[in-house]
Design a binder for this molecule. Structure first.
Ligand SMILES: Cc1cc2nc3c(=O)[nH]c(=O)nc-3n(C[C@H](O)[C@H](O)[C@@H](O)COP(=O)(O)O)c2cc1C
Length: 416
């Protein structure tokens, strides 16, 4: 039995993470706003002993073009903290992590909301800090557009400092560059010391902020080498902030397609890939590349040269790197990235999926994984019934929860 066990998150995403999941014959088309759907997923994940449920967020449409947005698997959905508050009373052990933006909130309000969720759930809440890279979202919060990357992260650094200070009962009287806070919170100290701090930025400043403040980091990495380089780099930055490498759990996203046989898994995967409309795939690729007019280049030709993004720098770099490495055309890249939205995909049997996860976990490239089922509930059920027992047999994943809080599950220190 391995002493170190992997952490597993369930990344929720309406009908499923595959862009064409909503077209799958077994998909739930109105999943985005069906609370019973989410309760079912949360209960499946809890029965499988997942560490946490994770919700992404952007306060706005995910695609500028409404015609395209309406052909994706997540065109409508709930505001995630409201959703997790409902799930808090339908579950008892699983962690509840939501994304919230440092660009479009104020620290006092956000600290109060997450601390309330933490109490509602008996110490199971976490905040995924993002600076928000979407110009579509920016347009809903004033007319000045997306702020430069460096400015967003500068605000995020002070934001995180104020929030953790408020959670620890230390930040009243803060008077800084972007924020001024007079009083302590009207919510008492967290059952787990403080809600868990999650982060998902992967640029240089994003990594520094994570090294300083995060308990969990989500990333997108296709290859073992990319995952390992990110892991070593981030853990290497922590000593400068007086932290131990194990104080952060690094959890790359993974989108597994699993079945009893490899042929069956491949068939399931091909079935979904064939459902991707080309214009939707290209639109999604354009947003990762921060370019608005990718559609005017020949779809079977290579990617054009692109200026460096002011949006998601790390995701743009990942797409460009893959296009060069594998010599893929725009159509091939669009299909590839639309499938798992830039995340790692494994197609195979439970043993094959477990082998791949184990190799990254034991090879020092991950502390766990944020699982992104291609469609719900089918692929989550397949992962829970096929892969989880295989990981448990190998001693790589818990059979029972040992603690009650999210910090307990993740093996994180309780802040003083
Ligand atoms: C795995 C992953 C998940 C992310 N999830 C979100 C999200 O839900 N909402 C959001 O606005 N940004 C999200 N981001 C974007 C980043 O958190 C960050 O705000 C953006 O500027 C990219 O950061 P970077 O330039 O440091 O890579 C995510 C990034 C990654 C890598």
């Amino acid at each position: 039995m391995s002493a170190r066990q992997m952490k597993l998150g369930l990344f929720l995403w309406a009908a499923g993470h595959h862009i064409a999941a909503w077209r799958h014959p077994k998909a739930h088309v109105t999943a985005g706003i069906d609370i019973d759907h989410y309760i079912q997923l949360a209960r499946t994940a809890e029965a499988a002993r997942f560490d946490m449920i994770f919700c992404e967020d952007a306060a706005g449409l995910r695609e500028a073009n409404v015609g395209i947005a309406s052909q994706t698997s997540r065109s409508i959905g709930f505001e995630p903290i409201s959703l997790l508050s409902a799930l808090a009373v339908q579950t008892s052990r699983i962690g509840l992590v939501s994304t919230a933006s440092t660009s479009y909130n104020e620290p006092y309000g956000l600290a109060r909301t997450f601390l309330s969720l933490d109490h509602l759930s008996g110490g199971r809440a976490g905040w995924n800090l993002v600076t928000s890279a979407s110009p579509i979202e920016a347009a809903n919060f004033g007319s000045t557009g997306l702020k430069p990357h460096a400015d967003r992260y500068e605000r995020a650094r002070e934001f995180a400092e104020v929030v953790t200070g408020l959670w620890l009962g230390k930040a009243s009287g803060h008077d800084g560059q972007s924020f001024s806070v007079r009083d302590p919170l009207d919510v008492p100290r967290s059952p787990q010391g403080a809600p868990v701090m999650v982060q998902a930025g992967a640029s240089d400043v994003g990594r520094d902020l994570a090294a300083r403040t995060a308990d969990v980091v989500f990333t997108a990495a296709q290859t073992f080498e990319e995952a390992k380089a990110f892991y070593d780099d981030l853990k290497g930055r922590m000593a400068a902030y007086g932290r131990e490498p194990d104080d952060i759990k690094i959890m790359p996203g993974v989108s597994p397609v699993v079945a009893e046989t490899e042929a069956e898994a491949r068939e399931k995967h091909e079935e979904l890939q064939a459902l991707i409309p080309d214009d939707v795939g290209v639109a999604l690729l354009s947003s990762y590349l921060s370019i608005s007019d990718l559609g005017r280049y020949p779809i079977d030709g290579p990617l054009p040269e692109l200026p460096e993004s002011e949006g998601m720098k790390s995701r743009q770099a990942l797409v460009i790197e893959q296009s060069r490495r594998d010599g893929l055309s725009i159509r091939q890249l669009a299909r590839h990235f639309a499938g798992a939205r830039g995340h790692w995909r494994i197609v195979g049997t439970a043993a094959q999926v477990a082998d791949e996860l184990q190799a990254r976990f034991e090879g020092g490239a991950a502390d766990g994984f944020n699982v992104m089922p291609s469609y719900f509930p089918g692929e989550l059920d397949a992962f829970a019934t096929l892969v989880v027992p295989e990981l448990q047999r190998r001693g790589l994943f818990r059979r029972e929860y040992e603690g009650r809080t999210l910090r307990d599950h993740l093996g994180l220190k309780r802040p003083a």
